[in-house]
Design a protein around this ligand. Sequence first.
Ligand SMILES: C[S@@+](CC[C@H](N)C(=O)[O-])C[C@H]1O[C@@H](n2cnc3c(N)ncnc32)[C@H](O)[C@@H]1O
Length: 251
Amino acid sequence: MLKEGNSKISKSTHLPRKRFFRARAHSNPLSDSHFPVPISPSHVDYSVHFPQLFSSSDEGGDSKKIEFADVGCGFGGLLISLSTLFPQTLMIGMEIRDKVTEYVKERILALRVANPGQYQNVSVVRTNSMKYIPNYFGKGQLSKMFFLFPDPHFKEKNHRRRVISTHLLDEYAYVLGIGGIIYTITDVEELGDWMNECLEGHPMFEAITEEELEADPVVKLLSSATEEGQKVARNEGQTFQAVYRRIAPSL
Ligand SMILES: C[S@@+](CC[C@H](N)C(=O)[O-])C[C@H]1O[C@@H](n2cnc3c(N)ncnc32)[C@H](O)[C@@H]1O
């Protein structure tokens, strides 16, 4: 039997152990944190995020771009599943808590070592998505955005901290290409209604039909692949999802 001791990496699974990356439950998205922010999408250093795919001189210029963003990715479960489901697609998690971001970084590095050639298309960045989405992605760059089990911010005075709002949807509509999809899910009914209402009322989004939801393999991952989704499933909780498509402006 291998002794785990104080190693941050599990000797049996070779993956990082969550107890060494404990973080506060919440971070205030309206307060200023200190982390580097690229001044524009073309300044995102792709060689740092995807070293096997880009050389050190590659910034997000003309070459292949990140297409999926998991906003508030937490411990990264969705990204890990998406990485092998879409091996040709570059994707990134955005996470505000530093310890949680570190955990996801270690998790990806460990998976790359254990599975040569795989997980090269996935990365994570510590950032405040409420402020810096346009610093990372250009107009129409993304084809999928995920907002899975976002913090509910129950009190009315804190609704402005919610990651889905009419004003932020303007930004998401800008970075999503036409036909791009925004996936949201929560176990808080009131937040589910709020996200649905924001999306329904926004002129740049339309609801995905039931048939399309059924046919989309990603929809099944919203609950099953994320750490929060698994927690809700264990407690037999209900979930409320809203999945919308970015549409062209009507003339
Ligand atoms: C409840 S967790 C859900 C995590 C993950 N999506 C899942 O389903 O397991 C919400 C996550 O969003 C992160 N978060 C909250 N506000 C954020 C912001 N403004 N920018 C980036 N991440 C944020 C939190 O730190 C937390 O890890």
